[in-house]
Design a protein around this ligand. Structure first.
Ligand SMILES: C[S@@+](CC[C@H](N)C(=O)[O-])C[C@H]1O[C@@H](n2cnc3c(N)ncnc32)[C@H](O)[C@@H]1O
Length: 184
């Protein structure tokens, strides 16, 4: 999936999306963050500035190359659609952030990456978006309540939205925040 397939132009100076800003405080203080398909890294940068170590994962890491010299930053270059294994198998994160990216085969890996006490914050486009523009490929559009259904067996859903919105731009979006409760 190319950056432009989404019709979303993002640069490092763009603020985090409201969903991440609103629920970012649920991530345990100082916990490690995984920014999946990080792009220019606006969400990883947001958490890094808050004191979290971050792992920036994308097939194109040129847009986060400047972060390589930062402390508490790991940059992982991987084509997530080239088949298994998931590049971070066995690792668990206090916060897993996915924005404007969907590759259904790795959804179980994304959910499994949430540590006990950790949080998944996920937002991307949903069906209906094809009537407005890009992305229009159904592979990149969530079905009704799909994130809810996908995360619920393992995680507890704190917040969920599945809606057509008009601001800041018309879009069909789906969003979930879900936590892996501690066993203790
Ligand atoms: C629309 S951008 C979103 C970037 C970021 N999450 C944000 O919201 O600012 C989609 C990102 O997915 C990455 N991507 C697309 N296909 C990929 C793949 N097969 N493997 C890894 N990353 C991929 C692109 O390189 C791009 O950075």
């Amino acid at each position: 999936m190319a950056d432009t397939d989404y019709g979303v132009q993002v640069n490092a100076l763009d603020p985090p999306v409201d969903w991440v800003r609103r629920f970012g405080g649920l991530v345990p203080a100082g916990g490690e963050i995984l920014d999946v398909a990080c792009g220019r890294g606006r969400h990883g940068r947001f958490f890094h500035e808050l004191g979290h170590p971050v792992v920036m994962l994308d097939r194109d890491i040129t847009k986060v190359a400047d972060m390589a010299s930062f402390d508490r930053v790991e940059i992982v270059a991987r084509d997530l659609e080239a088949g298994r294994p998931w590049p971070l198998a066995g690792r668990r994160f206090a916060g897993v952030i996915v924005v404007n990216y969907l590759h259904r085969p790795i959804l179980p890996d994304i959910v499994a990456s949430v540590a006990e006490g950790g949080v998944l914050i996920y937002e991307t486009f949903a069906v209906g978006q094809e009537t407005l523009g890009r992305p229009s490929n159904p592979d990149y559009l969530l079905h009704r309540e799909e994130l809810l259904i996908r995360v619920r067996p393992e995680l507890r859903v704190v917040a969920f939205e599945d809606m057509e919105e008009t601001l800041p731009v018309p879009a069909f979006k789906q969003r979930v925040v879900a936590v892996r409760d501690s066993l203790a």
